[in-house]
Design a protein around this ligand. Structure first.
Ligand code: G3H
Length: 549
């Protein structure tokens, strides 16, 4: 069979993976499109009568003639700058310069609201998981994992906040000054998450922002809007009015408009450095703005000559291809020592050949349709660019595509000057570059615009240690013999250069969305009497020694 025959056969197989309508598992079907017309503004559901945007799934159904039609999932309100202004005004009223009900509420009461919200969304788990799967093409198992991981994150946040608050429920006396030091909210937070983890990554900023007493204007990601529909009522009923307001619509119009108002105190964005840069510049009072950013990355795997090939292959498969490589933490460049390159690449391509590609509800599936409609064209472009400069696609069928299904391609040898060398491909494309001198691999990381993580594969303690020491000053997580990843969420998640600003672990996020504030007084008898009266009379939510159990 010729190469083009094989590619033709693979194309046919890929086409056949899109189901006919009746073949879709019954419990996963979208029974009727979800046309969202309610918007949550200032604690009330409003019926939207304006323009709407249709939502289509990355999954298609196949007609008898082999034609593919993207499944219609529904539509959502295309709100504009007027609604964004209304959302900001509602948030401002709710915060009321820090005098509002929410920012002055006791921590225990705020925790109770978040708990109420969490219980309500747990009751809608199945619907939300199904929408994650249909909107972004994430496998059912991973969509479930995303939901459950988010709930665990919320629970861990509550536990952490109790500990933080209990630690601050006491007075300190230093040099004749009595002080109580707590963490206070910052004001209005603009929250935006990414489409690859539309629920989880959004909630890792939204929940800490809320629970610390801030008010939120939230813009759902590009893909993954409808999954918030089943949560609207929980948002409305669990929090006081105006504490959370949702805006939809054209991101590049609405979001700069919100920033230009100067009313946003914290920009919480998981997205790209280009967008973050523009948004920060749109704010008229830069010193009032705090930014909590999770941005792009180009994490490298460095494979040393003595690496355990089987383990390295397993970790690099997970690192490059989990959720089709659409993770900010994915391994996006493999640097392999020449001495081991042939062995590694042979086994790596063999294992890619064993991965199951198909629809996300299928058991054991790893590779699924891509939500960005122009992604396949971009990846073909990257391959053509690399091939034009002397690289090859190593794995059989690599780069074959039908509509949104793209068969992963291992591209070798990738070198400086090719798009794949530096661009964040964010998809199932795996650039591999050989090296002879370890300095070349180190130089790649040093000269990168990104600095999130790196993975080193090897067994020699001396060599690993000599790489760890310089690399910890280039990135924020050095993984030894394992893939790059964010989890466990208790650990710090951040990056250097254009990869992040601020740190987002369960513990650090509470700090990112708050500021240390203290009440201080001279240590005199009169002060002691006054503070006693406040504490014993339970008169303040700040000056108190309550313990939250
Ligand atoms: O896209 C970034 C996600 O936070 C990745 O999380 O590395 O734990 O899968 P993970």
């Amino acid at each position: 069979m010729t190469h083009s025959d094989a590619r033709g056969n693979l194309k046919e197989s890929l086409l056949a993976l899109f189901p006919e309508e009746h073949q879709i598992a019954e419990d996963c079907r979208i029974l009727s499109p979800l046309h969202q017309r309610s918007i949550l503004l200032d604690g009330e559901m409003h019926v939207w009568k304006g323009e709407t945007r249709p939502v289509h799934s990355p999954m298609c159904v196949r007609g008898a003639d082999g034609s593919l039609t993207h499944v219609e999932l529904g539509s959502y309100p295309l709100t504009g700058t007027a609604e964004a202004d209304a959302a900001l005004a509602a948030a401002e009223r709710a915060y009321d310069h820090g005098r509002g009900q929410w920012p002055t509420m006791s921590v225990a009461e705020r925790i109770a609201c978040v708990q109420n919200f969490t219980n309500q969304i747990i009751a809608r788990r199945r619907e939300i998981v199904n929408l994650i799967m249909w909107e972004i093409g994430k496998s059912l198992a991973d969509s479930e994992k995303e939901f459950d991981r988010t709930i665990d994150y919320i629970k861990a946040t509550i536990a952490e906040l109790k500990q933080l608050d209990n630690g601050n429920s006491r007075f300190q006396i230093v040099d004749g000054t009595i002080a109580q030091i707590r963490r206070s909210p910052l004001g209005i937070v603009l929250c935006m998450g990414p489409y690859n983890y539309p629920m989880n990554e959004t909630f890792t900023t939204l929940i800490p922002a809320l629970i610390m007493g801030n008010v939120v204007v939230f813009k759902p990601p590009r893909f993954g809007v409808l999954l918030y529909y089943p949560m609207l009522e929980a948002f409305r009923s669990a929090f006081p009015r105006g504490v959370i307001n949702i805006v939809y619509g054209q991101g590049n119009v609405v979001v700069p408009h919100v920033m230009a108002s100067g009313k946003v105190n914290v920009l919480a964005l998981i997205g790209t450095s280009k967008v973050a840069d523009q948004l920060k510049k749109a704010h008229p009072k830069s010193n009032r703005l705090r930014a909590v950013l999770g941005l792009e990355a180009k994490n490298a795997a460095i494979i040393l000559p003595d690496a355990d090939v089987e383990l390295t292959v397993k970790e690099c498969i997970a690192g490059t291809l989990s959720f089709n490589g659409q993770r900010c933490t994915a391994i996006k460049m493999i640097l392999v020592h020449q001495a081991i390159a042939e062995r590694f690449l042979r086994r790596f391509c063999e294992e890619i050949g064993k991965l199951k590609i198909g629809m996300p509800w299928e058991k054991g599936v790893t590779l699924t349709p891509l939500p960005e409609m122009n992604k396949v064209a971009y990846m073909n472009d990257c391959i053509a660019d690399a091939v034009g400069q002397g690289a090859r696609v190593l794995n059989e069928g690599g780069g074959t595509s039908v509509e949104t299904l793209f068969y992963p391609a291992v591209v070798y040898p990738v070198k400086d000057g090719m798009k794949l060398y530096r661009e964040e491909q964010f998809g199932p494309l795996i650039p591999v570059a050989p090296f002879e001198d370890i300095e070349t691999a180190l130089e790649y990381v040093i000269s990168s615009d990104h600095g999130q993580q790196v993975s080193i594969f090897g067994t020699d303690p001396e060599q690993i240690a000599s790489l760890v020491d310089p690399l910890v000053n280039q990135v924020c997580r050095v993984n030894i013999n394992c893939q790059c990843q964010r989890s466990p969420d208790i650990f710090p998640f951040t990056g250097r250069k254009d990869s992040a600003e601020g740190t987002l672990s369960v513990h650090d996020a509470l700090r990112a969305f708050s500021i240390r504030t203290m009440v201080a007084a001279k240590q005199t008898d009169a002060t002691k009497t006054l503070l006693d009266a406040i504490v014993l009379g339970h008169k303040s939510n700040f000056v108190n020694t309550h313990f939250i159990l």
